[in-house]
Design a protein around this ligand. Structure first.
Ligand SMILES: *[C@@H]1O[C@H](CO)[C@@H](O)[C@H](O)[C@H]1NC(C)=O
Ligand SMILES: *[C@@H]1O[C@H](CO)[C@@H](O)[C@H](O)[C@H]1NC(C)=O
Ligand SMILES: *[C@@H]1O[C@H](CO)[C@@H](O)[C@H](O)[C@H]1NC(C)=O
Ligand SMILES: *[C@@H]1O[C@H](CO)[C@@H](O)[C@H](O)[C@H]1NC(C)=O
Ligand SMILES: *[C@@H]1O[C@H](CO)[C@@H](O)[C@H](O)[C@H]1NC(C)=O
Ligand SMILES: *[C@@H]1O[C@H](CO)[C@@H](O)[C@H](O)[C@H]1NC(C)=O
Length: 650
């Protein structure tokens, strides 16, 4: 406690002033702040050298001004007493007024007193904050300032009691490759490498400690350093799935998926893969990343053409969204920063990027379009003859082996000679659009054959074929038919038989053998022999005269289905012409000149006939009965066809 006395308002005469200077000797005292007591204690004595009695009075800070009641003065002895402790950090000095009075209370001397309070080291340096937190990227370089802590000590400045330093007391976790430092200004930095995978965060306790000679005071704060997650691992191509095949002229399909593994934290930019295609001159492909699996999905965006090559060679590289970073401590030097090797991924557009890429050669095969295939290529179905239009026949099924063309094909009728069916383009359902007739010329052996196509939408379209055998179930929808519509018969006295045939397009049991029957009154004129079978014989009896005859012939099949034919039979003399038909035709067609020749010829023939008759009569008389010309002179035929007549021997 330094006790200083200044002349503030001395006596008006200069003599007194000079005396004061001589009398007042400045003493040095030391009084510490925060004195432990006991109180009061004597600080020192103010002695004013006078022959007469004087009284002392004290006013000002520490007495009747804040901080009150610290100091008092003994009015007789001038002894200063301290009654309580004073805090330096509140009051560096106390200013007081000291008065000495005579007996008559007039002021003898009025002086000012300034009491300085001496600091002790009672305050530690204090940090601005109890907790500092910061995020730093793991790519931060060693030695760079990460953050600054700040503390202040309110003890008397520029003394050791307020001078302090920072110190790292603890780091958790304690990592071999990272050492944290703090400099005298409070900047925190590190040596070595930061690695998120080794330490996501560091908790650092920093202490500030002053340099007090008697006591050293300190306080601490906590610094939390969060290390950013980065790309510590390259994506590695682990395989591929997919056919690797693309149909030509198809887009939107994905022939291939690339799989990668990446040891970085999933769904961070250090994990997410980014794929690049190299060597895709036609820009036919695109590759996207599956955000869930990180797979690379190769997709065809421009159609491929087989003409331009059967396959495409592509190189696909993969990298992460975040640049790759690695840091390795090579040597822990005793002073300064350590020796470390760091690798940072380069700009992806740069050349040097290649070494950070995983690359994979892939081959995409361009496939031509395959036709749809029927699962059954030959089908046999049976259809009743004469079923109505719209009857369902069958259903065909095809699949397209080109998955990309799946369902992209239609069914069509390929070959359907009689135009019987139609096929549903989408379902393959086949229905009749005509009434089937087993007797159609297109039905062979009761089977009608059609082709069904499945045509896809490729360019050019490809076609699959199935054959359908439609077996037409017979019905008795036909009556027996005659092979001739007229007959010739020779007029003679003896009975003559002409054979004729019938047929039925229906198969057994709807066809022959047939039953023949003559209708009407034919007694003595015509009869049938035989009248059952595929052929019948018409027997002319003597009551028939030359000329046109109409007979009503009923022919029935096995099931009794029948038809009555009006059969025209020409009876004529067979001596002149072998065939009635020819004679009739000749008569009709020849002109008058020819007719004249014919008439004269006939006259000649008649003459010859008469001659022949006279000859034969003679012979006949000897050997043969005149009725039976067929036995001796005329040849008899049992297998008559039109014009098969008796011959004349000349
Ligand atoms: C500092 O404080 C101590 C007590 O803690 C005291 O003894 C010393 O005198 C002070 N030093 C200064 C320069 O004020
Ligand atoms: C990819 O193919 C090229 C050329 O054929 C070859 O030089 C390269 O080594 C291949 N790369 C891989 C990763 O197979
Ligand atoms: C053909 O495919 C159809 C429809 O899928 C099916 O009903 C039928 O049984 C298949 N036929 C054969 C021989 O696989
Ligand atoms: C096929 O046609 C029949 C008859 O018209 C019908 O009942 C059936 O449902 C059709 N089937 C399909 C698959 O369309
Ligand atoms: C019709 O069927 C018969 C016997 O079943 C056979 O001999 C003949 O060759 C077949 N004809 C045709 C054109 O298939
Ligand atoms: C057959 O003759 C009968 C009776 O003369 C007649 O009613 C019928 O119409 C004729 N039929 C044919 C097909 O000419």
């Amino acid at each position: 406690f330094v006790f200083q006395v200044y002349c503030l308002s001395s006596a008006t005469n200069s003599e007194l002033l000079s005396r004061h200077k001589r009398v007042w000797i400045i003493d040095s005292f030391e009084i510490e702040e925060g004195h432990p007591g006991p109180f009061p204690y004597e600080l020192g004595k103010v002695s004013v050298d006078r022959e007469y009695r004087i009284y002392f009075e004290l006013h000002g800070q520490g007495v009747d001004e804040e901080p009150m009641g610290v100091i008092s003065i003994d009015e007789h002895s001038g002894m200063l007493n301290v009654h309580k402790a004073v805090d330096y950090e509140k009051w560096h000095t106390l200013e007081l007024r000291f008065e000495a009075r005579k007996i008559d209370t007039s002021i003898d001397t009025r002086l000012g007193i300034q009491i300085s309070i001496k600091d002790i080291n009672d305050n530690p340096p204090r940090f601005e904050r109890d907790l500092y937190e910061i995020n730093v990227p793991q790519e931060s370089t060693q030695g760079s300032n990460l953050l600054k802590v700040h503390a202040t000590d309110i003890d008397k400045s520029e003394t050791l009691n307020s001078t302090f330093h920072y110190e790292i007391k603890s780091v958790s976790p304690n990592v071999r490759d990272t050492e944290l430092l703090i400099d005298e200004s409070g900047y925190i930095s590190f040596k070595g490498c930061l690695n998120y995978e080794v330490a996501e965060k560091f908790t650092v306790v920093v202490e500030a400690k002053d340099h007090g000679e008697v006591v050293k005071l300190s306080s601490s704060t906590t610094v939390v350093i969060h290390v950013g997650n980065g790309n510590n691992h390259l994506p590695v191509i682990s395989g591929q799935t997919g056919t690797g095949k693309v149909k030509e002229l198809v887009t939107g399909v994905s022939p291939l998926r690339l799989h990668v593994t990446d040891k970085d934290t999933p769904h961070t930019s250090g994990w997410r893969a980014r794929y690049t295609i190299h060597g895709d001159e036609g820009e036919n492909f695109n590759i996207l990343t599956d955000s869930e699996t990180n797979d690379g999905i190769l997709t065809v965006v421009e159609p491929l053409n087989f003409k331009n090559g059967a396959q495409r060679e592509l190189l696909i590289s993969v990298e992460n969204e975040a640049l790759y970073y690695s840091c390795e401590v090579k040597e822990r030097t005793p002073s300064g920063l350590w020796k470390v090797d760091t690798i940072k991924g380069h700009d992806p557009s740069g050349e040097t990027v290649v070494q950070f890429h995983q690359r994979e050669n892939i081959t995409i095969v361009v496939d031509t379009n395959d036709p749809p295939e029927f699962n059954v290529t030959l089908k046999e179905v049976t259809v009743m003859e004469n079923v109505p239009v719209g009857t369902w026949v069958d259903k065909v099924t095809a699949v397209d082996p080109d998955s990309s063309y799946s369902k992209e094909f239609v069914y069509k009728v390929g070959n359907d000679p009689a135009g019987w069916v139609m096929v549903d383009p989408l379902t393959g359902n086949i229905t009749m659009i005509k009434t089937p007739d087993r007797e159609s010329p297109y039905v062979v052996n009761g089977t009608y054959t059609i082709l069904v196509y499945a045509v896809d939408k490729g360019i050019p379209p490809m076609t699959g074929t199935a054959t359908l055998h439609i077996h037409v179930w017979d019905q008795n929808d036909n009556v027996p038919q005659l092979t001739v519509d007229s007959l010739d018969v020779c007029v003679s006295d003896a009975p003559t038989t002409i054979n004729f045939e019938a047929f039925d397009p229906d198969e057994a049991p709807y066809g022959g053998p047939f039953t023949f029957e003559l209708l009407g009154n034919v007694e003595g004129k015509w009869k049938l022999n035989p009248d059952y079978g595929y052929a019948a014989g018409l027997v002319k009896e003597p009551g028939v005269y030359p000329g046109q005859h109409m007979i009503h012939l009923k022919i029935s099949d096995m099931q009794g289905a029948f038809h009555v034919y009006n059969l025209s039979v020409t009876a004529c003399g067979c001596t002149v012409t072998p065939n009635c038909q020819i004679r009739q035709n000749s008569e009709i067609k020849l002109g008058p000149y020819a007719l004249c020749i014919i008439i004269s010829s006939l006259l000649l023939l008649l003459f010859l006939l008469l001659m022949a008759l006279s000859i034969s009569t003679k012979r006949e008389f000897i050997t043969i009965e005149p009725e039976d010309c067929s036995v001796g002179i005329l040849l008899q035929s049992n297998t008559e066809a039109p014009g098969d007549n008796c011959e004349v021997t000349v």
